[in-house]
Structure formats: C-alpha cells, structure tokens
Design a protein around this ligand. Structure first.
Ligand code: F6P
Length: 559
C-alpha cells in the first residue's frame, strides 16, 4: 500500500498531465460522439469481457490518451503492488491493523495463513448442514414443525448484501422457505414482518459481526419476546429458544449469552469487513433461498473476478477501469455523484447495497497516514431500477446542471423468457438512455423537429432552449449474459475491487468506518433524555433538547 514517502496522486506528473488534458478536452468542447466518429474501432477497443459480464466503456468522455494517463497515474501510485498486497493478506486496513481478505471466502488461498482456508471450508460445511436440514424438514421447531420462514435480523453489511442478493436471485428461489429481512430499530419494521408469521415455523438468524449493534440487539431481543409470547405452548417455547435462533458473529460469547447453541453460531472473522461479508455465513439467507449449490456459484463468480483483478493488465482490467474513470470524473470534472441504474427489477436493491459498499468505504477526508486529503474522495452513490427512474430523476440526468456519470446494468437473456417483448422494451430503454445522455439534442435539432411538426417559428424559437439536451454525459454499460448466482457474484466483486482501486489512488483506507461511531455515541444521551433523564437532556444542544421536549409532550409522559 502507498506509504507516506510516496508522492500523493495529485503531486505526480500523470496528475498534472490529466489536468492539462481535461482543460484541452473541455476547451475544445470534445464530444463523446466525435470520439466515435474519429475511431471506428472505439466500441470494440473499449469493451471488455470479464466472465459473463460485458463492460462497455466506450460512452465515456475519455480518449485513448485519457486512459493511458489514468493507467500511468495508477502505476505511479503503485496500484499493481497494492493489489498484490491486498491479495497476500497485508494489513491494508491500517487503522485497525487488519487484512481485508473477503476473497478468501470465495477461494483465494492466503499462503501466509493456511488456517483461513480450513476455517472457511468448515463454515461452508456448517452452512450446508443447516440449510439442508431446514430444506428437508429435518430441522424442526419446538412444536415439531418444519421451518417455513427465515427472518434475518441484521443491519448494514449484515443486511444489505444478503437482502440484495436474495432479491436478485428471486427466479432461483427453491420455495421451501421464505426469507425476510429486518434491520431498522423502528419497531414497525419487525412488527410488519412478524405479523404474518407463526413462531412454530419461524427461524431467526441474528446476523451481527460484533453482536453489539443496537438495532440488531433490540430487534433480536424483541423477536425472542415475540417468539415466546405468541407461541401456542409458551412454557415449552421458552425452553426451546435455541431451535428458533441461530447467529452469525465474530463475538461467540455474546451469542451464547443470548441463548444460541454453540453449534448454531456461524463464524465471522476480523479479516472480513461487514460490507464485504455476504460471501460468509452472513449469506445464510441467500443459501436458504436458493440452496447451497447456487450459493457456491455466487462465490465462484466472484472468484473469477478476483483472478481477473489480480492478473489482467491495468488497461484491460475491468474493476481498475471502473475505478479510474470514477477518479477522472470526480477529481478532474468535479462530478460529485454517481448513478447506478440497474435495468433489472430483481436488482432493485443493488443501489442501496452499493451505497454502503462505496460510501462507507470511500467517504473519508484523511489519507492513510492521517493527513487531511487535498482531493475530493467518494462521490454520492444513488440510483434505482430502470425504467422507473426515467419517469422521475432522469430529467436531472439529461438536463440538470451537473455531469453525473452513470452505470447502466442490463441483462441480455431474460429471467422470465415468457415475456420477451417486455424484456426487449427494457433493453431498448436502457441502451437508449445511455445513448441519449451521450448524444443529447442540439438546439438546431429541436428547431428542425418543431418546424417539421408545423410549430410556428416564434413558438419554436421560444421552446428550443427548453427542449435541447446538452448530452456528452458519460456512462458505463455492464451487460450480464444472464442474471444468475455466478454472474451476480461477478458483478458484486467488480464493485468491491473498483472501490479498492479508488482508495489506492486517493491513498485512503477503504476498510474502516470510524465516522459512523459519533452517531452511536450521541444516541446514548439522547435516549436517556427521551426516557426522562433531565441531566442527560441538559447536556444536549438547544435544538435537540427542544425536539425531545416536544416528543415527551406529545407522548404525554412529561412536561
Ligand atoms: O455502523 C456501521 C457498521 O459497523 C457497518 O460497518 C456494519 O456493516 C454494520 O454496522 C453492522 O455491524 P454488525 O454486523 O457488527 O452488527
């Protein structure tokens, strides 16, 4: 990893050349469409296959010189060495003195630590045993009934990844159990989930690496209370909690103290970050939904991308190019946000998952050595499934004042082939949106159209500026052959490695998240104030005190 002696990215010759190059591109008003006209091979030169995902980077505001300068910058920041360090288990998470070895969960052999392989294999066998027992009905609840519903209680990385992947693989659900996800401490979340379930046929997975996270602990305790209170035979249920609760955690003692049996505690390790953990037993709900063979396919798809990332040259390395292009727009074009637009309803939870992956990893203002960074870092990640966005926020993508780079994610072969026409409409819209962002529509084109429609000249002139679309807005298209477990694994791993690339170029630690701690600390006196502790209330700012006073007044419990 970059140490303090290495020049920061913005101090390198490559950075200065990129700045000059950006000025030249913008002052000459270079258009992406011109780049296509100049080079008939542009599309093929900038399209790369990684497993069963085709990455088309040709709709970027990037010339061959741009890409060569970006890879020069990556070399200057020793990206190849940083990737090697990541894979060989170096303590890349320097503030917590930990490696980041999520790749080991999907097959990477960490030569320096062969025990990891043994532990990962054992956890997969443990998962296999539970999933098979639940699917066959061999696992029974306290009343001798098979499990029908699995409720995952977790938050952040212990929720978003499994929820997203379970949703994405809807077409492969085996149907023997239904998976539900409860994350929010808002009691409405757990309540709305449990109101349709029976304790006798429900299995809870308490997923928490730390087993101390407030939301998860509150929900788990409430779930246990519900299980006993709503059981047909409360007395018996109280003695059989262990038949309805399993845990995934690195804090075994806390899970045991909760009442979960040793054999039903699945491991987590400090070398796996929460947002990189869906490949571990945190992925149990995925396995419950689609079965262990498909779960292993998910791992295999990610492993393929790991190999690609570790071995492909920078200029043909898909996650490297994804990361470098984000640097290009963030640092040289001042793009503050990045849209993720899956044209697949089953990928509707992908933007939310990527928000944690990218923003918790890259939302940093200090370099690895603690110095304040002089560079803009992680952009805001946002988006939703197409085509819905076309009827809401795409207006801003097309005509707003900001350049917002976008990732379009599409699936070539439909999951439900019985309605090919709708799938063709979906693809047509996806490809047309990226095209529209690129080409735009000039004022003259608008005038010509209006004239052809017979609109009078004065009206046409007054409308033209409103109807013109600037275009020249960049996008990547990621085209999956099919949405299946293998390709989903590849897709997620592409983004994981993209995040790492950006962190290396920005010289920040992608694997810690200290910023989230302040909110956890400050919620304690606020909670105390809400429960009537006047001294705690006095310690708060005037605004918080007034808001809390109003809540207490509304609840009729104080004032
Ligand atoms: O508060 C942030 C965070 O620590 C995330 O990084 C993590 O994914 C989430 O909380 C849940 O943590 P845990 O799995 O320990 O409950």
């Amino acid at each position: 990893m970059a140490d303090s002696k290495m020049a920061r990215a913005h101090e390198t010759a490559a950075w200065r050349k990129l700045q000059a190059h950006q000025v030249q591109l913008s002052s000459s008003d270079t258009r992406i469409t011109d780049l296509f006209s100049r080079d008939p091979h542009r599309c093929s030169a900038l399209t790369f296959d990684c497993g069963h995902i085709r990455a088309d980077f040709s709709k970027h505001l990037a010339t061959p010189e741009t890409l060569s300068l970006l890879t020069e910058l990556a070399d200057a920041q020793s990206l190849p060495q940083a990737i090697a360090d990541l894979f060989n288990g170096t303590l890349v998470n320097n503030t917590e003195q930990r490696p980041a070895l999520h790749m080991a969960l999907r097959g990477l052999d960490v030569v320096a630590n062969p025990g990891i392989r043994t532990a990962v294999d054992a956890a997969l066998v443990q998962m296999e045993t539970l999933v098979s027992a639940v699917h066959t009905g061999a696992w029974q609840g306290y009343a001798g009934e098979a499990v029908r519903d699995v409720v995952n209680i977790g938050i952040g990385g212990s929720d978003l990844g499994p929820a997203m992947a379970t949703r994405a693989l809807r077409a492969y659900h085996q149907g023997s159990v239904r998976c539900h996800f409860v994350s929010n401490v808002d009691p409405a979340h757990l309540h709305s989930c449990l109101e349709m379930l029976r304790p006798e046929t429900t299995l809870f997975v308490v997923a928490s690496k730390s087993f101390t996270t407030l939301e998860t602990m509150q929900n788990a305790e409430q779930a246990r209370r519900w299980f006993i209170a709503r059981a047909d035979d409360r007395a018996l249920a109280e003695t059989r909690v262990h038949q309805h609760f399993v845990a995934v955690t690195a804090n075994k003692e806390a899970a045991l103290a909760f009442g979960i049996r040793d054999s039903q505690i699945f491991p987590m390790w400090d070398w796996v970050g929460g947002r990189f953990s869906l490949w571990s037993a945190i992925g149990l709900p995925i396995a419950f939904a689609v079965g262990m063979p498909a779960f292993r396919q998910l791992l295999a798809g990610a492993a393929l991308v790991d190999q690609h990332f570790a071995s492909a040259p920078l200029a043909a390395n898909v996650p490297v190019l994804m990361g470098l292009l984000t640097i290009w727009y963030r640092n040289f074009w001042n793009a503050g946000s990045h849209a993720v637009l899956p044209y697949a309803q089953d990928l509707e939870l992908l933007p939310g998952f990527l928000q944690q992956l990218e923003m918790e990893s890259l939302g940093k203002s200090v370099c690895r050595d603690g110095e304040t960074t002089e560079l803009a870092t992680g952009p805001v990640i946002w988006g939703s499934a197409g085509t819905n966005g076309q009827h809401s926020f795409h207006q801003l993508l097309h005509q707003g004042t900001d350049m917002i780079p976008a990732d379009f994610i599409a699936v070539a072969r439909p999951t439900a082939p019985d309605n090919l026409v709708q799938h063709q409409h979906l693809l047509a819209n996806c490809f047309s949106q990226s095209r529209a962002l690129m080409t735009g529509k000039s004022r003259q084109q608008v005038l010509d159209e209006l004239h052809a429609e017979g609109v009078d000249i004065a009206r046409a002139e007054s409308l033209a500026a409103h109807k013109a679309v600037p275009g020249n807005r960049p996008s990547t298209t990621l085209l999956l052959d099919e949405l299946n477990a293998f390709n989903l694994g590849s897709l997620i791993a592409l983004y994981e490695h993209k995040v790492f690339v950006q962190s290396v170029l920005w010289n920040i630690n992608a694997f810690d998240q200290w910023g989230v701690e302040i909110g956890k600390q400050l919620s304690k006196p606020a909670f105390a104030a809400l429960t009537g502790d006047d001294a705690a209330a006095q310690s708060l700012d005037a605004s918080s005190q007034a808001l809390i006073r109003h809540c207490l007044h509304q609840a009729g419990s104080k004032e």
